[in-house]
Write a new protein. Structure first.
Length: 518
């Protein structure tokens, strides 16, 4: 199979890129592939919104830039921060032109929300379903362009790399329905594969977030940066023995909700003067510390003092989900724990979303742009994806006529029976991996424990490698999860050793140094 432009993933990053290239060049063919169906992606789960400076009288780009740098502990790339934040209004209005709708107030202005770490209200949102509104809009828009084709259920087993000149020539895929493996050759390959939350003990991410993009890029030799920067969201709805937890949006705290312990006491002011509106890293760490002291299983969100009608109108999905579990936010506390939410590191890209492999681009959660630094400011990620997919589209449009489709490696189509470990074994290994990948491993454990965790991960990989994997998507996904977990723990160890050696002593920008974390 051949296509001019191959897009892997159908969240905001993949679709907005595809729409731009397809619109500018109707003569090019674009193929968007997903391993499940198009609607299953991290974007669709985003509740909060997009951070954009709209109110230029009270707010400014400079303040959004400062909030982003402060949240990222100034390990961000300042040029990237400036570029992304100053492009935000343009990218938002493009989305609106494509048909997206965002909530407005009684005088017809955007109803701007507040979230942790923002010094102003600047979150543009669609109730508590912003991501879904965006994905629905983008799928409709992309579907109206005749040069974009969608193929679901194609799992990428590897990037196809021409080693002699470090060029990506497309991918090898497994069709999960027919068990056929074949090559898709392309002039440009665009990774928009999302994150890796499913590796962790608890996560807010959907089942597709298995770190595939990181694993395949790392096998291909791409530079991967800062994978230890995993963001935990402090308010995932706690349900004992569930790994995937429902997100209670940060916008709920922005709306005035409190975080309390089992006695109903607020405790965040002990940790930060912003209380509930401190950034996610601070709130998550505070909750973990309090739970260790009290021995309780969860903290709680308290919404009982808020206007119930207004709350339900702003957060209909959260209200409904809580009700389905018998939790009435008007009188009950909502149990919460921190859960892995966002992979802040990733495949290193430049300001045009180009990776260290020629003809290979990356955008969205799988990419590391330098925007977020140590900790992502709330609602900056949809924005980052829009801006970087725009940047990539401009570069691809400039370069694509110089690129050819080459198919010289002679990969033959093959059909295999689904081999691989049986599903019970796979489940057991996933559970073991989840147990290793905890908040404490990243943020509290000592070097010794991290090294032990790394050895354990390597042992899981060896166990899995005892089974042939051909034709078994579940097996291949687990292998990607283990490989990504290994990169995360290796980067965690390197970061820890470097900081103990004075590597991150102050607020200096260290991007060059972090690039060495391959
Ligand atoms: C949330 O609504 O809290 C999540 C949005 C984000 O991750 O920025």
């Amino acid at each position: 199979m051949k296509t001019d432009v191959l897009v892997i993933g159908s969240g905001i990053a993949g679709l907005s890129f595809a729409i731009k290239v397809a619109t500018a060049r109707p003569d090019l063919s674009l193929l968007v592939i997903t391993k499940n169906s198009g609607e299953v992606c991290n974007t669709a789960h985003a509740q909060g919104g997009i951070a954009v400076v709209i109110d230029r009288l009270r707010d400014s780009f400079e303040q959004h830039i400062e909030d982003t740098l402060k949240a990222g502990q100034r390990l961000n790339d300042p040029d990237v921060v400036k570029m992304v934040i100053s492009q935000a209004p343009q990218r938002l209005f493009e989305l609106i032109d494509w048909g997206a709708s965002f909530d407005s107030n009684e005088v017809g202005e955007f109803d701007l929300g507040l979230e942790g770490g923002h010094s102003h209200k600047r979150i543009v949102h669609h109730k508590d379903l912003t991501g879904k509104e965006m994905v629905d809009t983008l799928i409709k828009k992309a579907g109206s362009l005749s040069n974009i084709r969608f193929e679901d259920h194609l799992f990428v087993t590897d990037l196809s790399i021409e080693k002699s000149n470090n060029k990506c020539r497309g991918v090898i895929v497994l069709d999960n329905r027919t068990k056929e493996e074949f090559k898709i050759s392309s002039r440009i390959t665009f990774l928009a594969t999302g994150g890796s939350g499913r590796i962790f003990q608890n996560t807010t991410n959907p089942s597709v977030a298995t770190g595939d993009g990181i694993a395949m890029a790392s096998r291909a030799g791409a530079i991967i940066t800062n994978m230890h920067f995993i963001q935990f969201h402090p308010t995932a709805l706690y349900q004992k023995s569930l790994q995937a937890l429902f997100l209670i949006s940060e916008a709920v705290r922005g709306f005035g909700a409190w975080i309390v312990n089992a006695k109903g006491e607020r405790f965040l002011y002990k940790y930060d003067e912003r209380g509930e509106l401190a950034t996610r890293d601070i709130v998550s760490e505070a909750i973990v510390k309090e739970l260790k002291i009290s021995g309780e299983e969860s903290a709680f969100i308290d919404c009982r003092h808020l206007d119930p009608e207004e709350f339900a109108a702003h957060f209909p999905t959260i209200t409904k989900h809580c009700a389905s579990l018998g939790i009435d936010f008007r009188k009950d506390l909502i149990p919460i724990v921190p859960a892995a939410h966002y992979q802040t590191g990733g495949i290193q890209v430049n300001q045009w979303a180009e990776t260290s492999i020629h003809h290979l681009y990356a955008s969205g959660e799988c990419a590391h742009t330098g925007l977020h630094g140590r900790n992502r400011l709330a609602s900056n990620s949809l924005l980052e994806a829009l801006v970087y997919s725009h940047q990539a589209s401009q570069k691809v449009l400039e370069k694509i006529d110089d690129f050819t489709i080459e198919d010289s490696d002679g990969f033959e189509m093959r059909r295999s029976r689904a081999y691989g470990a049986d599903s019970q074994t796979l489940q057991r290994i996933i559970k073991e991996l989840n147990n290793i990948m905890s908040f404490d491993l990243l943020y509290a454990s000592n070097i010794n424990d991290k090294e032990k965790a790394l050895d354990h991960i390597k042992a899981l990989q060896a166990k899995l490698n005892m089974y042939p994997s051909a034709g078994n998507q579940q097996h291949l996904e687990l292998s990607n999860m283990i490989q990504t977990a290994r990169v995360i723990v290796e980067h965690t160890l390197k970061f820890r050793i470097d900081s103990e050696n004075g590597y991150i002593p102050n607020k200096a920008f260290r991007r060059k140094k972090s690039l060495e974390l391959v």
